[in-house]
Ligand binder design. Structure first.
Ligand code: GLA
Length: 748
């Protein structure tokens, strides 16, 4: 150890291990929702002696680092357990004249081999750093072990603490950095990524999601060839790219088999992931805040913390990666208040009434909604002052007296008396130029004094980084929630950033605007949730444009897409399922028919029932027969809801590969399951690859020795072995037809 006192340190580490072991056993009792770990927490993070370093073991992976002779912490290995973990002497005994080129926290300084995660300018204008090991500690953070490695610049007062918090049973590492200025003057941070990983040499494919409005979450696959592949956002909106990826060896990875590295980011602003493929075959994955047109002035004694980067490993292909991410989100990311609660069946009146809302008509819809089994009634856009179209009103969060002369309270009372919760739509970060707020504070939007203020959907973006905007939103939304019995907020954001100027701020702060905006967005949501703890939140952004771990740790569910055509939704939702669990995925039954193929109401329900079921159509137009079908479907959904929202998802057939899709959700103990079968169009028998390959659909995750009772659209009994090895016959015929089959393990 070059920069530490070994004996003292070892005693200290042992003490910390003992303390954290006893803390673990206390904490474990209070964390009933976390599955039991097969890996003893004390064995998760260990210090190694030859070479000096650390080894992190999860259920299926190993992450190893060492301190090289020049004091640089280097990555040694990240991959499956059981692989040889020899550290080559060449790596550790690097020539100090060259220095270590491959670094655990890559920085701008010396020879640059990797994509850097720390780039700073010191007060004397030196633009390079030299981050060497100073000490380490094994901590426990919220019940899980965490390794902190402290690095310090060899000549300047900058320390960088690199954190790795481990969730061993999910094979997940959370990585983040904390930079601290110990100089007497400010240090300029030009880049601070959350974490980097170094994969073994191989030929890799990258999977990520991309899309656009009405077409979110499309799965993309690309070979990583030498060079850098970047996925990123620069204007907040992430239709193009939710922050999620998987990387898998091109020849090994599949849906159910082979090693897969996966990741996500706890950040709702601009972000980036770089995948740098080296001529050696290694791949560096690095991710965090996108510092494009951004810099942060770190004042003396201040700290800058990056958001958490999530890195995980699955030895069971893509489905194993999804299962781990779903479990992580449900058990570790969602806020505790609603973490274990099933999401309600909601009705949203947007497509029925758009901006033209009034008490009588909303009540009429609510009555029918109640009759068919809906639990939450949501009034969307149009309820607030002057909001008769999308050209006016945004920013004025008071009730429109022309539409609701007595306010919202009488409507909410009647809806509550029906036994429904009441929810409302808001879009706090935006303003229409035609609003009282903009007339009073035209300087509160992002802008440059001499530049056009570009509008999208007739909106400008409020500068939430500013204190005035923050206080205004906190007070107006608090008043709305205080005066009305609102139990649900749909929080929308309908445009991207442009003209990102903040002329009123001190010059060094002006380029911090995007980070400060998101920090204040989080503060605002957190403060509202402290004041109004019973309110459930939904994230929306012109559809699914804000779906990331940062927002999901605050908002309890997500609007997936404005495209509610069920045929399209089969694809959008299939893509979505790779990164996010069905428990968040709000899906409304509507009459939308983007392709003029007229799917049946039953098909529409079956598509939406594989997520958080909602209805978003004009219920007064439904016939008696349609209402009866809806009531039956909602009743069935309530029975299968625990499986859909809490179960383990298996993607059985991809709609991107043929004319059908199939999903299966299984209870963790394999005793119950529900299968969704969707025929998108009928083909000649044997004419498509999927039809040829699958006269039957093979189920998974069942007990092979047990018998299962099948009900729903297919009845009978079959053994788990038969269902998994031979499969369930593909009995769904015809265009846009579907089936739901439930399975229950027989006990005898
Ligand atoms: C966005 C949302 C829709 C709806 C409208 C209202 O487009 O995605 O669901 O709320 O705004 O203006």
């Amino acid at each position: 150890m070059q920069h530490g006192k070994i004996e003292y340190k070892m005693i200290f580490v042992i003490a910390v291990i003992v303390i954290s072991w006893s803390l673990n056993s206390c904490v474990a009792q209070s964390r009933a929702s976390v599955p039991e770990s097969s890996v003893r927490q004390t064995q998760v993070i260990t210090e190694t002696k030859k070479p000096q370093g650390w080894k992190i073991k999860t259920a299926s992976s190993v992450y190893q680092m060492a301190v090289a002779r020049d004091g640089i912490v280097i990555p040694v290995y990240y991959g499956p357990r059981g692989a040889p973990l020899q550290v080559s002497r060449a790596n550790v005994h690097v020539s100090p004249k060259v220095g270590s080129l491959i670094r655990e926290v890559p920085f701008r300084g010396g020879f640059i081999a990797q994509t850097p995660s720390v780039e700073v300018i010191f007060p004397d204008r030196t633009r390079e750093c030299d981050l060497v090991y100073s000490s380490s500690q094994i901590l426990e953070i919220e019940g899980f072990p965490c390794l902190r490695i402290d690095l310090g610049d060899s000549a300047y007062g900058l320390t960088v603490s690199s954190y790795i918090r481990v969730i061993p049973e999910l094979d997940i590492l959370e990585k983040w950095l904390v930079l601290k200025n110990k100089e007497k003057d400010p240090i300029l941070i030009e880049n601070a990524q959350s974490g980097s990983a170094w994969l073994p040499a191989d030929e890799y494919d990258l999977f990520h999601l991309s899309g656009r409005w009405g077409n979110e979450f499309m799965l993309q696959r690309t070979r990583l060839t030498p060079g850098v592949k970047t996925i990123q956002t620069r204007a907040f909106v992430a239709h193009e790219n939710p922050p999620w990826f998987t990387v898998t060896p091109a020849k090994q990875g599949s849906e159910t088999q082979g090693p897969v590295w996966f990741g996500g980011l706890h950040w709702s602003g601009n972000w980036r992931f770089d995948f740098e493929k080296f001529p050696s075959g290694n791949v560096q994955i690095i991710g965090g805040i996108n510092f494009w047109d951004t810099a942060w002035q770190l004042k003396p004694a201040e700290e800058f913390s990056t958001p958490k980067l999530v890195l995980g490993f699955s030895p069971e292909g893509m489905s194993g990666a999804s299962a781990r991410m779903h479990n992580y989100i449900r058990n570790h990311v969602l806020r505790k208040k609603f973490r274990d609660a099933l999401r309600p069946v909601l009705y949203n009146s947007w497509y029925a009434t758009t901006f033209n809302v009034n008490e009588q008509q909303q009540l009429a819809l609510a009555r029918i909604a109640r009759e068919i089994g809906v639990e939450l009634f949501v009034i969307d856009d149009g309820w607030f002052k002057g909001r008769n179209h999308d050209r006016a009103g945004l920013g004025d969060w008071t009730v429109d007296k022309k539409k609701f002369p007595n306010g919202l309270q009488p409507l909410i009372k009647k809806i509550s008396d029906l036994g429904l919760d009441f929810g409302i739509w808001v879009e706090p970060e935006m303003v229409n130029p035609d609003s009282d707020l903009y007339r009073a504070h035209p300087d509160w939007v992002l802008h440059y004094p001499k530049r056009t203020r570009h509008e999208q959907r007739n909106q400008l973006v409020l500068n939430l980084a500013g204190e005035g905007v923050y206080n205004y939103l906190l007070e107006s939304l608090s008043t709305l929630l205080r005066e009305n019995n609102i139990r649900f907020i749909k929080w929308d954001r309908n445009r991207a950033l442009s003209d990102v100027g903040w002329p009123d701020a001190p010059v060094p702060m002006q380029r911090e605007v995007r980070i400060r905006f998101i920090n204040n967005l989080y503060n605002l949501i957190d403060e509202l949730q402290t004041r109004f703890p019973e309110v459930l939140f939904e994230s929306c952004s012109g559809g699914g444009g804000r779906t990331d771990l940062g927002i999901i740790s605050r908002m309890d569910q997500v609007w997936t897409s404005d495209n509610t055509d069920p045929a399209d939704r089969v694809m959008i939702q299939y893509g979505y399922s790779h990164a996010f669990p069905a428990k968040l995925m709000v899906s409304w039954v509507t009459n939308a028919d983007w392709h003029k193929v007229s799917p049946s109401l039953k098909f529409r329900f079956h598509v939406c029932m594989s997520g958080v079921l909602g209805i978003g159509t004009d219920l007064t137009k439904w016939s008696e027969e349609e209402r009866k079908l809806a009531a039956d479907m909602i009743a069935l959904y309530k029975k299968i809801r625990p499986l859909v929202q809490e179960g383990i998802l298996h993607r059985l057939h991809s709609p991107f590969e043929g004319n059908r899709a199939a999903l299966q959700y299984v209870s963790p103990d394999g005793s119950e399951a529900v299968v969704f079968l969707y025929n998108l169009w009928e083909t000649l028998p044997g004419s498509t690859r999927t039809a040829r390959a699958s006269g039957a659909v093979k189920l998974t995750g069942l007990d092979p020795d047990a018998n299962y009772l099948l009900s729903g659209d297919r009845r009978g009994t079959a053994s788990g072995e038969t269902l998994m090895n031979i499969g369930l016959p593909w009995f769904v015929r015809g265009n846009f037809n579907s089936a739901i089959v439930t399975l229950k393990k027989q006990t005898q």
